[in-house]
Design a protein around this ligand. Sequence first.
Ligand code: SF4
Length: 289
Amino acid sequence: MELTPTAKIRSRTQSPSSILLYKQCPRKYYYRYIKKLPTSPSIHLVRGSIAHQVMEDIYAVNLNHIPESQFLITLKVIIQEMFKKEWDAAAEQFAELNMSAEELAQYRAETQTMMHNFFHYLVDRLKLTGKPLKEAFASEQPEREVRLQSDHHGVMGYADAIQQEGSKILILDYKTSKKAEITDDYRLQLSIYGMLYEELAKLPDDVGIFFLKHGRELRIPMTPLMASRAKEEVAAVHDGTRSREIDDYPKKPSYLCKWSTGQCDFYNECFGQKSLNDFRSELVQIGKK
Ligand code: SF4
């Protein structure tokens, strides 16, 4: 639709999350970022933030006084202790989720395993340096939670870890996803980090994800083509989000609107009280068209 002067807004600074959300469903972007409707807390967000906190904080622990022979066991115990402390501190957030004690215990055990996987990943990385582990831990730390911003492209994000590997740079994201797979969305997110880092310093050599659930790191070489595609995607989202009119943000119905155990935060705005079966029938009709 033609924009009236009052309906035009300066496009906001985008983030990898807002860009992926817009691509997933423009209407969802509208409710989240333009209308700023509240979203429900989720176990995935809470436990993701706990895991990220531990993985960031562990590097700040001073282990200089620990004998080399005790280093591994100490590191392992500290990671588990930090995890326990963060989990307990999130009690109020868990209470809001209305989960059964059994469900919550399941997530706790799963997240604890993720921390265990992270410990092994960290140790493997330290061993690769060829240095004594304690020395490697102190000297080979990644930069954590690095703010990467481009005013020129109007985009900002935080990279979980940026690691120097010899003369090479690796940008790494930590994910708690079920599948260890670099999907198109993840690829775009990593490409945006790469593009931002290029503006700051140089094109990173690799970008990748450590999948906590699987204890597996997957990485891909960062190419100039990925950076230019990321710029195109960012520009397209800026172009698509200058309006404040709801009609300029079409619904994109999919299985992410409603499923057997939950629904999109904005399902009621889009589909009222429509049941899962009715919604699925509508989805089939949309698919046929
Ligand atoms: S319910 Fe579906 S169509 Fe509506 S905002 Fe959410 S994802 Fe988009």
